[in-house]
Design a protein around this ligand. Structure first.
Ligand SMILES: Nc1ncnc2c1ncn2[C@@H]1O[C@H](COP(=O)(O)OP(=O)(O)O)[C@@H](O)[C@H]1O
Ligand SMILES: [Mg+2]
Length: 315
């Protein structure tokens, strides 16, 4: 299952991505966490010494990713691949539990969570539709990732226009918007969900830093049925913020219930690989025609392999 945590800066995307990753990993499920937020804090939140900055940056080393994913696909060269280039026959598809050159180079394991990080990016990197889009590295990996319904891929993302300039925001089985009980936060929710739902994206909201009934009622009123769970202010998270390194077993039970609820909602989702692949192709053709053909001087619509069977993604 591919899951995105999005929301306003400071709402708790990184906190929830880390807690949810630790939760599913602690229950024994294969887990991959990807740090794609502008502030690369997921590594720290997971307790990786040196944080995400200690990992090789996927965004800067995107060429290495393209080279690997291309495999022997005769329609592609690593140079001609863009962030939306879909897999075809000969492409290397990725399984979460395999050893491959990509994980070997980019990933670190921490208490059962495999972590990868986009690495440093600046404000100018946001919203760019070009070869150098840093989050393009994540989009490429997700488009080639054959995760099953009992494996969890968690991406800590921004809610900004960056994800809308590509197909990235459609690459998830479930997108979780983290919302604080404030109007600013719920308005980000409205903007994001309005746009995302037009593309058939499944959006759920999780309230965060909720203190008492008033906060909860406010969120229920603003978000209605989309609100699936709320996390209260967590003493465990506050201790992490002060630099303590704590095992996940110390996480409070009241908030653990919230993580379990999020997992239940995700588990109700059925994967639709055909649609997943078709949308990848749709965004690729759109990118090719709107900028990438002109930028490369080539017709990148020919990168789509008409004989590729999307069912191989499900196997
Ligand atoms: N439920 C919570 N309880 C206590 N502190 C929290 C909680 N959620 C987030 N925080 C704190 O709020 C700050 C912002 O959270 P963070 O996850 O970094 O937000 P984002 O990734 O959305 O920018 C951090 O200091 C984090 O530790
Ligand atoms: Mg963050």
């Amino acid at each position: 299952m591919k899951i995105a945590f999005v929301g306003k800066g400071g709402s708790g995307k990184t906190t929830l991505s880390a807690l949810f990753s630790r939760f599913v990993a602690s229950e024994g499920f294969p887990t991959l966490a990807i740090d794609a937020d502008i502030n690369q804090h997921l590594g720290h939140a997971l307790g990786v010494p040196g944080g995400s900055a200690s990992l090789p940056p996927m965004g800067i080393e995107i060429k290495r990713i393209k080279e690997y994913l291309r495999g022997t696909n005769p329609l592609l060269t690593p140079e001609s691949m863009i962030k939306t280039t879909p897999p075809g026959r000969g492409s290397n598809l990725i399984k979460l539990q395999e050893e491959n050159a990509l994980f070997k180079y980019f990933a670190r394991d921490i208490d059962g969570v495999k972590l990868m990080a986009v690495g440093p990016f600046s404000e100018e990197d946001l919203g760019v539709s070009c070869y150098h889009s840093k989050t393009g590295s994540v989009e490429l990996v997700l488009n080639h990732l054959k995760d099953t319904e009992s494996e969890y891929v968690i991406v800590d993302m921004t809610a900004g226009a960056d994800s809308f300039s590509s197909g990235l925001f459609t690459r998830f089985d479930v997108t979780i918007l983290v919302v604080e009980p404030t109007l600013k936060s719920t308005s980000v929710y409205e903007q994001y969900s309005h746009y995302a739902k037009e593309h058939g994206v499944s959006i759920k909201a999780v309230g965060n830093k909720v203190e008492g009934d008033e906060d909860r009622r406010f969120l229920e009123k603003q978000l209605g049925m989309d609100l699936i769970a709320v996390l209260s202010t967590s003493p465990f998270v506050k201790r992490l913020d002060k630099g303590e390194i704590l095992p996940f077993s110390k996480f409070e039970d009241t908030n653990r219930v919230t993580l379990r609820k999020i997992k239940q909602v995700i588990d109700q989702h059925t994967k639709d690989w055909r649609r997943f692949y078709q949308q990848a192709v749709e965004f690729h053709l759109k990118n090719a025609r709107s900028w990438a053909n002109a930028a490369s001087g080539k017709d990148l619509t020919t990168q789509v392999d008409p004989k590729f069977d999307p069912n191989v993604l499900a196997m």
